[in-house]
Design a protein around this ligand. Structure first.
Ligand code: OOG
Ligand code: NI
Length: 499
């Protein structure tokens, strides 16, 4: 019997999901096509350097999706399905606080955690769950009606869940069952065709478009599927040239001359899609809803807690810059300097200035952010490593000095004297502020959030309990990968430890 491993099952699912989404959302196909062109270009210009943060095979296949569910019971089922694919909940995101408009959800991301699984196919799904217990959004009556509606729907057929449990238990499925699992799973995440109760949908929409998208329909759906691009500024410019209106900025770190860190994302607005609606009088009509959108991302090096604090601080300071397009001229000095440095950047095959003019060159805040980064954020991988601001795996350099000298134990010395090499660890997670920005850019209205009520408490432990599996801490995962490599390197060099 031919068996399909969890890793291959995950890759197959990601591929099939992408085919389904491409059929349903043509703009997604354009996005993938443009990503491909950009990535080919970077590969041509930068050669092996383009693969510093993952092989081109990984990057080409790499996607993340997002889904939203209503209850802990639904979330547990999602967890069983992704568990079959070797994906586990990592990270807790509270978007109720991160977003300015009403986004009544908490989230985690299901993803592989082992380095070899991530290198194979890192498919991940940002998964949000409604927070009906939060009185800032829902009054007792609506909470009750929501609970009743959600209890009455079935997102996943029992056969899918049984196959999922088997795959998780046996860590593989026979080919035939694997095909059936993939088919059912892809279907479960397609856009629902059942008529939507218009009055109920609109009731929820007044509170929050996200609440309506989750609790107003009888199924769940992938609301975007995000490819990975190696030069997001170039992509932004090309999409704009093709007449696709992107949100007005790229979320995350600014474009700058130093290493890519964390995550940069941008998106285009959900397209209006026809949906069957059931009117209050029982008749059917066709309406249009905007629930599926396009997003693209560039990934960088994972930051340590200290690095992340540095990042958050720089972002907060950049935010205080007035967002005005007339500020450009006041900033000339900064501009000269950053332009000098971006010349180096093109030399190693990165974005040219073309994208800069569009994506952030006309935006005072983005330029300020960039200037701030050029001034304050370490500009080399080496500095990020020795200042313990980013995560790396370390290994002994094969042709290290063999002159009989004993190396010291300090990381900086070991790197600088050619004993130890550092490979960046890719950031595999999400950023709450960017996620909130993505949610927000797709909402039709602000919704209602009544701050005279106290927020309902939800945290990572609560979510672990709801899922029935521990929500893993991303920092701990990166940290242990780095620590293992430091221990092995120390051992290989005959050192007691590396400090
Ligand atoms: C999820 C938005 C978050 C990201 O990439 O930050 C997200 C959603 O809209 O359901 O996918
Ligand atoms: Ni996303």
């Amino acid at each position: 019997m031919v068996m399909v491993s969890q890793g291959r099952l995950r890759a197959a699912f990601a591929r099939r999901l992408s085919e389904m989404y491409g059929q349903e959302v043509p703009a997604y196909r354009t996005l993938v096509e443009v990503c491909q062109k950009v990535n080919d270009g970077v590969l041509r210009r930068a050669g092996a350097g383009a693969e510093r943060l993952g092989s081109i095979e990984r990057v080409t296949a790499e996607r993340h999706g997002a889904i939203r569910v209503g209850t802990p019971a639904e979330l547990r089922q999602v967890s069983r399905i992704f568990g079959a694919l070797g994906m586990y909940p990592v990270g807790f995101y509270d978007l109720r606080e991160a977003a300015a408009s009403a986004v009544p959800v908490i989230s985690t991301a299901f993803r592989p955690v082992a380095a070899d699984e991530l290198a194979g196919d890192p498919f991940r799904v940002f998964t949000s769950m409604l927070t009906p217990a939060d009185p800032r959004f829902f009054d007792p009556d609506l909470r009750e009606r929501l609970a009743r509606f959600l209890a009455g729907r079935q997102l996943f057929p029992p056969e899918l869940l049984e196959l999922a449990d088997r795959a998780a238990r046996e860590r593989e499925l026979p080919q035939e069952q694997a095909a059936r699992f993939t088919h059912l799973a892809v279907q479960a995440f397609a856009l629902g065709r059942e008529p939507i109760d218009q009055a109920w949908y609109e009731t929820l929409e007044r509170i929050s478009a996200v609440a309506a998208d989750i609790g107003g329909v009888s199924s769940t759906h992938i609301n975007h599927l995000t490819p990975r691009v190696l030069d997001i500024d170039d992509l932004y410019a090309r999409m704009t040239e093709r007449g696709i209106t992107m949100i007005d900025q790229i979320q995350g770190p600014p474009r700058w001359s130093g290493p890519d860190v964390l995550l940069r994302q941008t998106s285009f607005r959900a397209l209006a899609e026809p949906r069957a609606l059931r009117r209050p009088d029982g008749g059917l009509t066709t309406g249009s809803l905007r629930v599926r959108f396009g997003e693209v991302e560039a990934r960088g090096i994972a930051l340590t807690r200290a690095g992340r604090e540095r990042y958050d601080d720089l972002q907060a300071r950049a935010d205080t810059y007035p967002d005005s397009r007339t500020d450009d001229r006041t900033d000339d000095r900064t501009d000269d300097r950053t332009d000098d440095r971006s010349a180096d950047r093109s030399a190693d095959g990165r974005a040219d200035n073309r994208a800069d003019n569009r994506a952030d060159g006309t935006d005072g805040r983005a330029r300020a952010a960039r200037a701030l980064w050029e001034r304050e954020f370490p500009a080399t991988e080496r500095d990020l490593a020795v200042e313990r601001l980013a995560f790396f795996t370390y290994q002994p350099v094969p042709d290290r000095p063999r002159d009989g000298r004993r190396p010291g134990t300090g990381l900086a010395d070991l790197i600088d004297h050619g004993w130890v090499g550092a490979e960046p660890i890719v950031y595999e997670d999400f950023l709450p502020r960017s996620a909130a920005g993505i949610f927000q850019s797709n909402l039709t209205g602000q919704g209602v959030k009544d701050d005279s009520h106290t927020a309902a408490d939800y945290d990572s432990d609560w979510l672990s309990g709801a899922i029935g599996a521990e929500v893993l801490d991303p920092f701990t995962l990166y940290e242990s990968q780095q620590r293992r490599s430091l221990q092995e390197t120390a051992h290989a060099l005959g050192l007691p430890e590396i400090t």
